[in-house]
Write a protein that binds this ligand. Structure first.
Ligand code: NPW
Ligand code: ADP
Ligand code: K
Length: 492
């Protein structure tokens, strides 16, 4: 699991460590790893054209020292000095190694040409000291790097991405690889920043012992594989978990079928579908293994999924209050969240695991906030919702985040825009509900479900566009593949 810390905690840890080390030691460690990653990105270091984008601070210093290393190995290194000042030691090292340095603001078109002809661009414009949107000379360089086509390696963080939130104001560098130092930064795992970071490589510079608990944990396939409950030798269907599904209505029967399928394919022991007759028949037609009955919040189940396509009328509100009053885990989604936002039902006093799964619009309504603000500052808003309702909240969207009071926020790393298709949220509710019924705590159930969901979207049609029903076939393949590494996956 990759961990991420805020800039403030990174600075404190860095200060403590630097006090015990000789001057420049930390930057030397950072630059050495950066140079190794840059060298691996190039087919051949000797003769390669490397352009360094260099800002005023230590981020530029890292780029210059790494550039010096590449220049000593025969690369043709050119540093574009964009900042109001330049790291002196780094610049001297680059020049001593035969690299060139000049100011792009004096000849912007020459800078575009050089970047356009590069074999590798190294982004050392700003790191954790960046504030607000990139200023014009930096912004222009970020755009030409994006248009150039050469691989871009970002130093610590793609310039223009806010380290703590992932927010991007204006232009930002789009990296193929980001080499981050000491620990991850939340902005590398939260969109829009995550979408700019590419592959994130963590360079250990020895900060570990000085770092407190992270604010965010990014879950990869292996983390999820180790948490997923497999069927035990002496399990029976009840021990594997009976999931009550209160989803779908005559107006939206599809939600019932999609959610039930998501749960069954994740390996739930039994789905008990509870709803009106015409909908229940449709569920049975597609999933004869489901057990159906009339809506009944008192039904004996190990966990509930409630809300998708269920409606927001009086009986729906009463049903939701009944399910919240049960002592079993509950996942509330879609219409159930509308009822919570209208204060017609309240999950906050519940003791059993409780999971709310809003998208940004639903979260905005739950908090009385603005949707655009939620999308720009996902981490802050998901945490606020978890505190407000005293339970686990999974925020959907291009990055899926899971917050539980008192725990680091979890990010699922398998998100894919293939999931942006009607009904895919209903399948997610089924997957997460199945994991709750199997006994996973809400936080783990939520992040595992999001990871399986993302992988299922890619597995379903080998990366081609899907509709929500395709996810059913993708789920077992995704679960089977979670333990494999990426190379095995590619060979398949
Ligand atoms: N932490 C660690 O353990 C280690 C950290 N290390 C490295 O240090 C990096 C942090 O270095 P840092 O503190 O010097 O800040 P950094 O990001 O280089 O630049 C800030 C300067 O940029 C400018 N500027 C700001 N905003 C701007 C904008 N929007 N648009 C344009 N310019 C903008 C502003 O300067 P100004 O031009 O305004 O004078 C400001 O002073 C860190 O990311 C990592 O790479 C490693 O070497 C070793 C271990
Ligand atoms: N751009 C995107 N990238 C990755 N995942 C996305 C994207 N857009 C939506 N998703 C995912 O797709 C699902 C959509 O769910 P939801 O908004 O409830 O839609 P619906 O109600 O139609 O099922 C969520 O799991 C969400 O995280
Ligand atoms: K950078």
């Amino acid at each position: 699991m990759r961990r991420a810390h805020t800039v403030e905690t990174v600075r404190a840890a860095e200060g403590a460590l630097m006090a015990r080390l000789p001057d420049g030691a930390l930057m030397a460690r950072a630059a050495a790893t950066l140079a190794v990653v840059c060298a691996r990105t190039l087919p051949r270091v000797y003769g390669a054209r490397v352009v360094l984008l260099v800002g005023s601070g230590d981020n530029g210093g890292d780029a210059l020292y790494a550039g010096a290393d590449l220049a000593r190995r025969g690369a043709r290194v050119s540093a574009l000095l964009a900042g109001s000042k330049t790291h002196e030691g780094g610049l001297a090292a680059l020049r001593a190694a035969g690299g060139r340095a000049w100011r792009p603001d004096e000849e912007p078109e020459r800078a575009d040409r050089e970047i356009g002809a590069a074999d590798l661009v190294v982004d050392g414009l700003v790191g954790i000291g960046g504030r607000g949107g990139l200023r014009p000379p930096h912004a222009r360089l970020a755009v030409s790097a994006r248009e150039a086509g050469a691989p871009v390696v970002a130093v610590d963080l793609p310039s223009g991405v806010d380290a703590d939130t992932g927010r991007v104001e204006g232009e930002a560098v789009r990296a193929d690889t980001t080499v981050c130092f000491g620990t991850g930064k939340p902005g590398l795992f939260v969109d829009p920043g995550a979408g700019h970071a590419g592959r994130v490589v963590l360079a250990d510079i020895g900060l570990g012992p000085d770092l407190p608990e992270p604010v965010l944990e990014a879950f990869d396939d292996g983390d999820v594989a180790s948490l997923l409950p497999g069927p035990g030798r002496d399990d029976d269907k009840y021990r594997r978990g009976v999931l009550g599904v209160a989803a779908g209505s005559e107006a939206y029967p599809g939600a019932a079928v999609l959610c039930t399928g998501g749960a069954l394919r994740t390996g739930t022991g039994m789905v008990r579908y509870l709803g009106a007759e015409p909908v229940a028949s449709r569920v049975l037609d597609r999933w004869p293994e489901a057990v159906v009955g009339r809506a009944d919040p008192g039904a004996r189940v190990a966990a509930w999924v409630i809300g998708p396509g269920r409606g927001t009328d009086g009986p729906a509100a009463e049903e939701l209050r009944g399910v919240f009053a049960s002592g079993v885990p509950v996942l509330a989604d879609a219409d159930a969240l509308t009822l919570v936002a209208r204060e017609e039902a309240d999950p906050s006093g519940r003791e059993a695991p409780t999971l709310l799964t809003p998208h940004a619009g639903e979260l905005a309504r739950l908090l009385g906030a603005d949707r655009a603000d939620v999308e720009a500052r996902r981490l802050e808003h998901v945490g606020r919702a978890a505190e407000r309702f005293g339970c686990t909240v999974l925020l959907k969207g291009s990055t899926t985040l899971v917050a539980t009071p008192g725990r680091p926020v979890a990010a699922a790393t398998a998100g894919t825009p293939l999931l942006a298709t009607a009904g895919s949220g209903d399948v997610l509710a089924g997957i997460a509900g199945s994991l709750l019924a199997a006994g996973l705590p809400a936080h783990e159930a939520a992040v595992c479900a999001a990871q399986v969901h993302g992988r299922a979207a890619v597995e379903a049609r080998q990366g081609a566009a899907i509709s929500a029903t395709d996810l059913w076939d993708g789920i077992p393949r995704a679960v089977a593949g979670l333990g494999e590494d990426n190379d095995q996956r590619r060979r398949r």
